[in-house]
Design a protein around this ligand. Structure first.
Ligand SMILES: Cc1cc2nc3c(=O)[nH]c(=O)nc-3n(C[C@H](O)[C@H](O)[C@H](O)COP(=O)(O)OP(=O)(O)OC[C@H]3O[C@@H](n4cnc5c(N)ncnc54)[C@H](O)[C@@H]3O)c2cc1C
Length: 511
């Protein structure tokens, strides 16, 4: 059996027959199979938008072998008699737990929220009636923060290729479409992610893992450089290893850890708003037409430097998506974005944020506790604006010119928007940079200024960082690890899950 790799340019609405015809013409074959290895949209020239693909052709009539299967991770199984508690079932916690369970550890996942189906009902109650559930919301509950998201599975990190491959293959086993393994910008959407999260849990349980839902980790008891016990729902639990994967929204958990002497510092992060546009407008700007057969919805990623030195960029764009109330605690207001697999909503949204350091916001060298308190207050202020989950909003063109908008259509945000001087609701250093950024973005993407800036986007990344080793181990501790976004060393589904896998591998290798 031989293998050839072909670089093939395809029309956006290509069919399987088109690919077969191209291969048989190029290689003179009739008997072959093929698989896509890479696929990305080339929209640089609006009159020639096409897919760029890399295709692996397999045939008994080929003598050459140009294809080497990329390497995933290997998990050595052995009955080990060691116990692990993983706190948090987001991508980082779940994948740390999953790999350790497959390697022969006895693993328990402790999760403050409920199973994804119940969590989903709580989110529906929030969006329909404004009823907030403290343990089941866009931040907390099975699957972690990104379960109700656009499900983008991209990562900019270059050092996680084998982990990424492994995670994507587990996602495919759990029901994600195979295309995520070859698309340059893979995404699955909330509808598929919910299924994937439930199926991954079943795989973990089938392998002997234990899941404790509705179980909040409240405290850690430390003795002789070890976590002796953890306190969950007033009961004490023990394990050989404790892995924290609590994400970056669990402020009371951070505060408890700081009280217990865990070292947590501050780091750069980003803050700003969500910007929403008609998806039709983004398609027009990016493709020169309102729709393109074979492609769901156009994307964008913009960045610019500003005169204050703060970078301004768009982040986590959700084509055909919805702006959602993503606060982790009651009577606080934070927004984020989600979409479904089809990305067929009439709006698009993205974070429009400025990169800052906590010290700039507080005006002095601050501690992790201080920036967490500051963030808490800011989220309160955004909630207090309407005293409910209606979010303050302003047209982008008005934000740029620092004037209020007379009226605003509610867009995709189901709980409603209200005109507000949004630029006065965050520190001036940020709002000024954002105004300048918006002006630059309007020159890069036609019609960008017609968008609406909404609410507070404060969770693109963590403002704090646990002092830990590369493996996730907390220095000075035998058995305490921090992984994922909450540790401050990862952000996004894939990078957080990879951080969990790396931590699990380091524990396996250490034995
Ligand atoms: C609405 C939204 C959309 C997003 N869209 C995307 C996207 O499209 N692509 C992308 O890559 N990223 C996206 N993100 C970011 C992504 O979700 C996070 O980077 C990622 O989930 C972080 O993974 P994690 O496992 O480190 O933490 P989390 O996913 O935050 O998981 C932490 C878990 O710990 C649990 N927990 C917290 N405290 C405790 C405690 N004391 N006891 C027990 N359990 C606890 C929580 O309930 C939660 O399940 C999105 C985030 C949001 C909120």
């Amino acid at each position: 059996m031989g293998y050839r790799i072909l670089q093939v340019k395809l029309p956006t609405n290509y069919s399987d027959d088109d690919i077969r015809l191209i291969i048989s013409k190029k290689l003179g074959l009739s008997d072959f199979s093929y698989q896509l290895e890479k696929k990305s949209l080339d929209a640089r020239k609006k009159n020639d938008i096409h897919w760029l693909t890399s295709i692996v052709v397999t045939s008994g009539h080929l003598s050459s072998n140009e294809y080497t299967e990329p390497e995933s991770i290997t998990i050595p199984y052995k009955k080990r008699g060691k116990t692990v508690i993983v706190v948090g079932s987001g991508p980082a916690g779940f994948f740390a737990a999953h790999v350790l369970q497959l390697a022969g550890f006895n693993v328990t996942i402790v999760e403050r929220g409920s199973e994804v189906a119940q969590r989903s009902l709580a989110i529906q109650r929030l969006e329909k009636k404004g009823e907030f559930s403290p343990q089941n919301n866009y931040a907390f509950g099975e699957g972690g923060a990104g379960t109700f998201s656009d499900g983008k599975l991209t990562s900019r990190s270059k050092h996680i290729s084998s982990e990424r491959l492994y995670i994507l293959s587990e996602y495919v086993k759990a029901g994600a479409p195979k295309e995520i393994s070859y698309m340059t910008h893979p995404h699955v959407g909330t509808d598929i992610l919910k299924v994937v999260v439930a199926n991954l849990r079943q795989m973990f349980l089938n392998n002997g893992g234990e899941f404790l839902f509705n179980t909040m980790l409240e405290d850690v008891l430390i003795k002789n450089n070890r976590v002796e016990k953890v306190v969950c729902n007033n009961a004490e639990l023990q394990a050989d290893y404790i892995i924290f994967a609590t994400g970056h929204s669990a402020y009371e958990t951070y505060r408890m850890l700081i009280r217990r002497g865990i070292q947590i510092g501050t780091k750069n992060f980003a803050i700003g708003h969500r910007i929403e546009h008609q998806q039709r407008l983004i398609n027009l700007a990016q493709w020169g037409k309102e729709s393109l057969p074979g492609v769901k919805a156009a994307e964008y990623r913009l960045n610019t430097s500003t005169s204050s030195g703060l970078p301004v960029y768009t982040f986590c764009m959700c084509p055909g998506g919805y702006v959602v109330p993503a606060a982790a605690y009651a009577e606080k207001s934070v927004v984020n974005g989600m979409s479904y697999y089809k990305r067929d909503g009439v709006f698009s949204n993205a974070a429009c944020v400025a990169g800052v350091h906590p010290d700039m916001l507080l005006g002095h060298k601050c501690t992790a506790s201080e920036i967490l308190d500051w963030m808490d207050k800011l989220e309160d202020q955004f909630y207090n604006f309407s005293n409910n989950y209606v979010i303050p909003a302003v047209k982008a063109i008005d934000y740029e010119n620092r004037r209020e908008s007379k009226e605003i259509s509610s867009g995709s945000y189901r709980l409603g928007v209200s005109p507000a001087p949004l630029y006065n609701m965050i520190p001036e250093i940020v709002s000024k940079a954002l105004s300048e950024g918006l002006n630059n973005f309007s020159k890069k993407l036609k019609g960008f200024e017609s968008g609406v800036m909404m609410g507070l986007e404060s969770k693109t990344s963590s403002p704090v960082q646990v002092i830990r080793e590369k493996t996730g181990r907390c220095p000075g501790f035998d058995n305490l690890f921090f992984v994922g976004e909450g540790s401050g060393y990862a952000g996004g589904i894939i990078s957080s899950a990879s951080d969990g896998v790396k931590c699990a591998k380091s524990i396996i290798d250490s034995l």
